[in-house]
Design a binder for this molecule. Sequence first.
Ligand code: PHE
Length: 451
Amino acid sequence: MEEKREGFGSRIGFILAAAGSAVGLGNIWRFPYLAAKYGGGIFLLTYLILVVTFGFSLMVTEISLGRKTGKSVIGAYKDADGRFGFLGPVASLVPFIITPYYCVIGGWVIKYLVTFASGQGTLATDDGYFGGFISELPGPSAYFLIFAFLTAAVVIFGVEKGIENVSKVLMPILVILSVGIAVYTMTLPGSGAGVKYYLLPNLSGFTLSKFLKMIVAAMGQLFYSMSLAMGIMVTYGSYMRKQDSIEKSTRQISFFDTLIAIIAGLIIVPSVFIFSGGDEAALNAGPGLMFVTLPKVFDSMKGGPIVGCAFFVLVAFAALTSSVSLLETMVSIVTEKFGLKRFASTLVCLLIVFILGMLSVMGYSNLSSFTVFGYQILDFFDFISNNIMMPIVALLTCILIGHIVKPAYIEEETTLNGEKFRSKGLYEVMTKFVCPVFMIIILLTPFFVDL
Ligand code: PHE
């Protein structure tokens, strides 16, 4: 009764889909503000080093694990070593936690897109606009449902017809939009100071503790941005063709992901800089940056309504391809575990997304006084997945590959098409020693420094 497993039809399709997963809200909103907060060029440099060492190794591991076993994350870990079978369910819990709230934020993006596209961008410059919108039902729940349905509409068509085809259209548009907006904002008068602030290393105020915080922040960003430690790359790897190069694909996906993050910074940092008259505090607005500060920035800019609209299209596309990868990972698990057809398991997963997502939505309205360990519901989901579960999954994955089944298990898969694994030495050192140590540091840091 085993059906033939679906898969990507081309290498470029796989790369664009995986890059689509990686490029998301994290690149556009989170990366620029972290870079601005942690010394500009210093953060960029640290991040780049982490991408080519740590991110590279973990991504090679996950993609290979998926392709080798041809299974969802649950089956993949069990196949590698029965004793580590428990890691599959732990890793698969992460997309079940993240997808619902990611769709809630996706809904906010659609709301802003509609506002700007209908020429009402000025409304969003009001300080109470964002808070008013997320706290008044049914608005946020309706936009959440729209975004979740859009995601499901792609996943229901399957890997090649749905995900691959949609990524092939959306990703090139995303690149054009981001380059276009960045070039435009960099030509605005006064943007030079912002570009300098963003790209040049700025050591002032750097203490040892700030340096450590920066490294931990860069590591956390790397995980999230490259969609690691949550079964996504295992799932997409399981759909990858055997003749394609894992090493080359990993480099291209990481390059794509990092490039879009850097370009997003070139849009956001200079424009916020001009708007705030060089006030660095404006860049530290955290989560409010995208929904509260940026609309004001666009409003003050020549051609702002068009730039604002283009910007939210960009964010919506980036968020959609990411949520597609999350939902696909859930669907692959449900399909394999319960032997359901794609259509049925997509509906089951959508139902789970509705239920948990509505909790996050209500966390800002009816349930706003309800907190879990002091966190609002959405923030709580974000915290346990990013700060606890993902580092644990990454740590145990490195131990499994580095010390139990040994790196040869992965290396075999990377050389399947007859090509050499060029970064074998780096890969082994990272997987066996450096990554596990870093993961332990990430897990322990919050206990010692106030992040
Ligand atoms: N990598 C995505 C980003 O940078 C976020 C994401 C997280 C996507 C989890 C899928 C799963 O925004």
